[in-house]
Design a protein around this ligand. Sequence first.
Ligand code: OFO
Length: 170
Amino acid sequence: MINKKVEDILNAQINKEFYSAYLYLAMSAYFDEIGLKGFSHWTKVQAKEEVEHGMMLFDYIIERDGNVDLRQIESPAKNFTDPIQTFELILTHEKTVTDSIRGVAELSEGECDIATRHFINWYVSEQVEEEANVSDVIKNLKMFGTENSILYHIDKELGKREYKPHIYKA
Ligand code: OFO
């Protein structure tokens, strides 16, 4: 049986992962609206990944004989103005998720829940990868500019992103 404090923080994390999915979907709709199909695809793939992150936590709580508590998901931001600003919002958001994952790691360690501490390592690495991917897009946009001809090429590149399902096995 999982400790209640650890169960609570994992349930809060499920909510954050599903909120992330909402946020990426809102961005995907925005990019589609302004004609950047590749950006729209990239953020939609990320939304699918976020749902998986939430589902891995969901399955883990059940596996540990805990109680899943699905909480209300906030409406995502809608104040997108251009690709750089939107990717900067992503980076800021992912940094808050990284902090939140660090909180899960610290709490599980403090509560001597070694299984959760081990489980959450996957998320620690995933956050490093996500922040790096988003930073790369921001660097490209800043380096090459955001004229339509440049955006066209970056959009083509982002449109190649493939969705690869994650499988968690302890
Ligand atoms: Fe779940 O990694 Fe982004 O938020």
